[in-house]
Structures are given as C-alpha cells and as structure tokens.
Design a protein around this ligand. Sequence first.
Ligand SMILES: Nc1nc2c(ncn2[C@@H]2O[C@H](COP(=O)(O)OP(=O)(O)O)[C@@H](O)[C@H]2O)c(=O)[nH]1
Ligand SMILES: [Mg+2]
Length: 196
Amino acid sequence: MVFEPSDRPARIPTALKILIAGGFGAGKTTMVGAVSEIKPLQTEEILSGGDRADDTGGVEGKTTTTVTMDFGRITISDDLMLYLFGTPGQDRFWFLWDELSEGALGAVVLADTRRLADCFPSIDYFEQRGTPFVVAVNCFEQDRRFAPDAVAGALDLDPDVPVVLFDAREQASARNVLIELVEYVARRQLTGAGRR
Ligand SMILES: Nc1nc2c(ncn2[C@@H]2O[C@H](COP(=O)(O)OP(=O)(O)O)[C@@H](O)[C@H]2O)c(=O)[nH]1
Ligand SMILES: [Mg+2]
C-alpha cells in the first residue's frame, strides 16, 4: 500500500475551553444552544411555584431552570475548536465554579440590562481569578438599546474589557462574541497583560 502525501495535512484543531457565565435568565442556555454543533447537554428543571429557589422577577416567562450545566462545541476554524461550559446561575452551585474554571481560556459574562447587577458575582469571580472575560449584553429589549460604554461604566469594568451587544438566539451573533473573546485573550498575551 502506497501512501500519497496529501497536499493538506490533517490538522488536529486546538480545543479551548470557554465559560459562559451570567445571572439567572441572562441567556446562557440559549447562547450555548444557538452556537453548538452538538446537541447541548443540559438538564432543565421545571420551576416549582411552592418552594421556588430562584428569583424570577424580570424573567416571568421563564418556567425552567438549568440544573446541571450547558455544554456545547463550536468550530471556529480549521485549527480552532471551542468547548463551551455554561456555569450554573444559581448561588447554591458556586462550588462547581472552581472546577469548571480550571484550564479555561476565558469567559463570556452575559449581562441582561434589566437586571444588570446579576452579573456582578461573575465579574468579581473572574477578576479575582485573573480569568480574561468579555461582557456580552443580551439585548432583550429591542427598543431600549444600551451603549456598550454605558454598560462598561455601570459595571465599573477595566477599560480594556470588551463589551459586545448581542442576541443570544442568533448563531452569528453568539459566535461573534466568542471570536471577540479569543481575540481579546490573544491581544492580552501579546501585550503581556495576561501574565501574572
Ligand atoms: N428576546 C430575547 N429573549 C431571549 C434572548 N436570549 C434568551 N432569551 C429568552 O430568555 C429566557 C432565559 O434564557 P436562558 O437561556 O434560559 O437563560 P439562562 O438562565 O442564563 O440559561 C428564555 O426564555 C430565552 O428564550 C434574547 O437575546 N432575546
Ligand atoms: Mg440556563
């Protein structure tokens, strides 16, 4: 048997791990579902009326909550593949975060402008760990668009942290956020900002 040298050597793509964080109802499950090439792995639990553990103020349409985590995969290019891990939004699952964050390239923090404060814990967490993150503003209210600068100011972000307006339901829009994060991490590494 003769092996012909192929003109395009098979490349093994680099697989990077990205966390998708943000408050309850900010759109994590939606985003992972919109971009993932594999069926998202997730467990939704019906929110019970009686002993409801999650505060649903502002997200009244929501009847389920993700109990485990969202997991997805997206191919960005021939040599780059991203694995997405949605962080559990509920405070009672914080213990999972350290495990999840291990080896992550960076994070996307989803911000819902109706409940902006909900993403503070995620931002604090990544700032403390030195994990690079971008803030993706999920535009629920079409008629009330917030300027990225205004959101950055309200969240008191470092000036270099990218803030992107997006729609978690749209694949191209969600994909763009991920590319923004990868480029941000690359820029930080070039300038040495990522080194601790
Ligand atoms: N209008 C609008 N609704 C969205 C958007 N993203 C998510 N939703 C809806 O908001 C609700 C909460 O989203 P979900 O992904 O479950 O939030 P999670 O708790 O962060 O996983 C769901 O009913 C989604 O269909 C968006 O960009 N625009
Ligand atoms: Mg969810």
